[in-house]
Design a protein around this ligand. Structure first.
Ligand SMILES: C[S@@+](CC[C@H](N)C(=O)[O-])C[C@H]1O[C@@H](n2cnc3c(N)ncnc32)[C@H](O)[C@@H]1O
Length: 261
């Protein structure tokens, strides 16, 4: 019985829904720039001003904020780093390409854990790249990288000892964009990809989100579109035929390690 309920909860169907959140009092940071087509502008403002998403301009503040409860900084962050470090060592990986690295916090702790791992952190806004370069001095390279530009993958594809890391970015892309990315990575020869997924759509998660957002509406808060949620079934369809996948222990997140077929 429990098995059947778990199966139903996992939504074994191709299903993707739009995801809305309330930013509560922090709403004032986003006024007027939270349209669906404005993702780049939205990240620019969040990285500049929003207390939860800001990348500090100076290294001192960035270092001080590394252990705060901010976006992606929960109390199991270093356990995730440790889990991935073990996989990297086991697989003999030499270069770590983090796509959409944001504030670079995961990458900072990983670099401390494996100092001889080459870390290439990237972002797709000029401002994000500039800020990360200013603060993350241990990083081997910080570069501009648009995951939706197929040509970007060429360089990474040539590195046979590298892994692509896409962490907590799953909501950013539509289903068509995810398919495009996997096709481009595969074509470029990218051998390994590690996905750290924070939100998987389940039946329960869907109901909980509806209730939560209803409460926000009653309080008079605005809801903002922040991307897409999809079921595990849908996710797997993105790389089917291109990569094999293995689930990896990755606390408070979902770790999936992909290898090129
Ligand atoms: C939710 S944040 C996660 C950031 C970071 N990985 C973390 O865990 O804190 C999503 C990130 O994806 C980046 N992003 C969105 N679209 C992108 C694209 N087309 N190419 C590369 N990065 C992108 C955004 O700039 C943003 O920093």
């Amino acid at each position: 019985m429990i098995k059947i309920l778990k199966y139903i909860n996992s939504l074994p169907l191709p299903i993707t829904v739009k995801h809305y959140v309330s930013f509560g009092v922090a709403d004032k940071y986003l006024n007027g720039i939270w349209g669906e087509g404005d993702a780049k502008k939205r990240w620019q403002v969040l990285r500049e001003r929003h207390p939860r998403y800001r990348i500090p301009k100076d290294r001192k503040t960035w270092l001080e904020e590394l252990c705060l409860r901010k976006d992606g900084q929960d109390d199991r962050l270093t356990e995730r780093v440790e889990a991935l470090a073990k996989l990297i060592e086991k697989e003999g990986i030499k270069t770590f390409y983090s796509i959409g690295a944001g504030g670079g916090v995961f990458e900072y702790f990983l670099k401390k854990r494996i100092p001889n791992l080459k870390i290439v952190a990237s972002e797709y806004t000029e401002e994000g790249v500039k800020r990360l370069r200013n603060v993350f001095l241990e990083c081997d390279e910080v570069e501009f990288f648009d995951a939706l530009d197929d040509k970007s993958w060429g360089k990474i594809g040539k590195d046979t000892e590298g892994v692509v890391f896409i962490y907590r970015n799953e909501r950013e892309f539509s289903d068509a964009q995810w398919r495009q990315m996997f096709a481009a990575m595969h074509k470029a020869g990218v051998k390994r990809v590690f996905l750290g997924l924070m939100n998987m759509l389940t039946f329960l998660a869907f109901i909980q989100e509806k209730i939560r957002n209803l409460k926000h509406r009653f309080k008079g808060e605005r809801l903002h579109f922040v991307g897409f949620l999809r079921s595990q079934h849908t996710f797997r369809s993105f790389w089917r035929g291109l990569y094999t996948d293995t689930e990896v222990y990755f606390p408070n997140c979902r770790g999936i390690y992909l290898k090129k077929k």
